[in-house]
Design a protein around this ligand. Structure first.
Ligand code: B16
Ligand code: MG
Length: 221
């Protein structure tokens, strides 16, 4: 039984900020005469704010200067921050706290790795700032998911080898990043979208410590 660390994504795994990102991007896209569908929004999950905006602009072939893009990204972020300020610990997905508690009891280290530059604000809103052994957010990395940097950096802070880490992710870009970092990964959502994950469940409450450990065992056979 070799699982030594469990790394949680934030948006879409611990809390439904993924919905707020979507609402804010959809609002911005509408101002630009672009319809942002839920299907296309899957590509925005896990990637940086700037990359998300570029993906939206590409829908209409709109080309802007970096300064114009920064202004739009800032506008979206203001709406997003407004949305998240109403969040409390009641917004934490069912199943998250029991899982973290079971991991801690088993001596497995826990970490949070989010591409979001608002991750600390969200964790503070949820009262979860002090629950993790390490936190890496969008301000601490150069390359966002699907690049493995965020997970490699988190494993480094935990001082745990990548093959002893397991990532829980809701985004295709996040699953790709975890696998590129040499880690096991549980996907939350649609198995057709998260096909690179070692296991896909529809909700975090379906994950137990036993399930996580069985993935590591499966990996080794
Ligand atoms: P921000 P995660 C990601 O967080 C979101 O999934 C993604 O949709 C968002 O664009 C990105 O954070 C950047 O967020 O604009 O707040 O810096 O899923 O990696 O926790
Ligand atoms: Mg996510």
């Amino acid at each position: 039984m070799d699982l030594q660390a469990c790394i949680f994504d934030l948006d879409g795994v611990i809390v439904d900020t993924a919905m707020y990102h979507y609402l804010a991007w959809k609002r911005l896209a509408a101002e630009l005469g672009i319809v942002l569908t839920e299907e296309y929004n899957e590509r925005l999950k896990g990637v940086s704010r700037f990359d998300s905006l570029n993906l939206i602009l590409a829908l209409k072939g709109i080309s802007l200067t970096d300064e114009e893009k920064n202004q739009l990204a800032e506008k979206k972020n203001k709406w997003f921050v407004d949305y998240i300020h109403s969040m409390t610990e009641k917004n934490i997905y069912p199943g998250v706290q029991p899982l973290i508690s079971d991991l801690k009891k088993a001596g497995i280290r826990t970490a949070l790795a989010s591409s979001s530059k608002n991750a600390f604000t969200v964790l503070r809103q949820l009262g979860m700032l002090h629950q993790f052994d390490a936190i890496v957010d969008g301000n601490m990395i150069i390359n966002t998911k699907p690049h493995p940097e965020i997970f490699t950096k988190t494993a480094g802070l935990l001082n745990v080898p990548p093959d002893k880490c397991l990532v829980i992710e809701d985004a295709a870009a996040g699953v790709e990043a975890a696998k590129a970092a040499g880690m096991s990964c549980v996907g939350i959502g649609d198995s057709a979208i998260l096909h690179q994950a070692d296991l896909v469940v529809s909700h975090v409450s379906e994950i137990s410590l036993e399930k996580l450990r069985s993935i590591k065992l499966t990996d080794k056979t």
